[in-house]
Design a protein around this ligand. Structure first.
Ligand SMILES: NC(=O)c1ccc[n+]([C@@H]2O[C@H](COP(=O)([O-])OP(=O)(O)OC[C@H]3O[C@@H](n4cnc5c(N)ncnc54)[C@H](OP(=O)(O)O)[C@@H]3O)[C@@H](O)[C@H]2O)c1
Length: 276
């Protein structure tokens, strides 16, 4: 079955206005699948929509809305009311950075709404029609930060852990239905929201202990959003969990072999060196 038949004719991408989200939109549009793009910055969505319509001769519906809004299920239901959605990519995320107790509680709660509540609600809205027709794909964009706790991003890593495990559970439920579900786990990826540590400080990796050095290599050498998005259609059927690179998969496997203490301390060394 070709990609449009399997995952088209429409896709919904939540968090599509910048960086990784815009790269997913390019990748999906290049296959000839029409798009509903969601983010708050409508002007960015509109500009991308014009470009994608011209370049790929597809239809694009930009939906400027806040995924943290209480009415998000209805907003998305209305946007897809008359179309057949065969692919859902939940890319949006917020990542409050800093000590857990100095970050305002509103930011932690926004993290829960955008990273946990919205992917749950939208998967619940968009999944059933896919199940009914026996075709489709759902990708929740995850992070290897979800594999352990860590300083600086305590609530973000916790929220991404929820999203990861949610994807795995839905994958298990939908095996055999024709609907592919995957947690697409990213490591450091350059994009609008990624502050490249190499530009902000110089880290002498040679001074680091080997486990921290291995993890720091990914932070200092992020993949580009385009490189990560290019793997989407090859990986959709490889759930429950896939990684954006062989390096990230190696890092994940090494985390699974560590004690929880080692894993949390290693991640904390990386986040405090890079982001605090
Ligand atoms: N970049 C990395 O190094 C990295 C590493 C591991 C995992 N990831 C994961 O990869 C995904 C993309 O991350 P990114 O850092 O590259 O971000 P991004 O794709 O550059 O931007 C995040 C997107 O989410 C949208 N968004 C955020 N809050 C929203 C809200 N309340 N309502 C509607 N849209 C909202 C933003 O649009 P507006 O601002 O226009 O609303 C933007 O389009 C995330 O799931 C992240 O957890 C990224």
């Amino acid at each position: 079955m070709d990609i449009v038949t399997r995952y088209g004719p429409w896709a919904v991408i939540a968090g599509a206005s910048a960086g990784m989200g815009a790269a997913w939109a390019d990748e999906v549009a290049a296959q000839g699948i029409n798009l509903v793009t969601i983010a708050r910055r409508g002007e960015l969505l509109e500009a991308d929509a014009d470009r994608l319509r011209r370049t790929h001769a597809i239809e694009v519906r930009p939906v400027a809305t806040d995924l943290a809004g209480e009415d998000i299920a209805d907003v998305v239901r209305r946007a897809v009311d008359d179309i057949d959605v065969g692919l859902f990519v939940y890319n949006a995320a917020v990542a409050p950075a800093g000590s857990f107790f100095t970050v305002p509680i509103e930011e932690h709660l926004m993290n829960v709404r955008v990273n946990c509540v919205a992917p749950t609600v939208l998967t619940h809205v968009l999944g059933p029609p896919m199940i009914a027709r026996g075709r489709g794909g759902i990708a929740l964009v995850g992070s290897i930060g979800a594999l352990q706790g860590g300083e600086v991003f305590a609530s973000y890593f916790a929220a991404k852990a929820y999203e990861w495990i949610l994807a795995e559970g839905i994958w298990a439920e939908l095996r055999g239905t024709g609907v592919d579900v995957v947690a697409y786990m990213l490591g450091a990826t350059s994009g609008d929201n990624y502050e490249h540590p190499r530009e902000t400080r110089s880290i002498d990796v040679e001074q680091l202990e080997p486990a921290v050095r291995e993890a720091m290599e990914g932070v200092l050498n992020p993949l580009t959003s385009r490189e990560v998005a290019a793997g989407l259609f090859e990986r959709l059927a490889d759930g429950p969990t896939v990684y954006s690179s062989a390096y990230n998969e190696r890092v994940a496997r090494s985390i699974f072999g560590m004690s929880r203490r080692e894993a949390v301390e290693r991640m904390s060394a990386v986040t405090t060196l890079s982001w605090s």
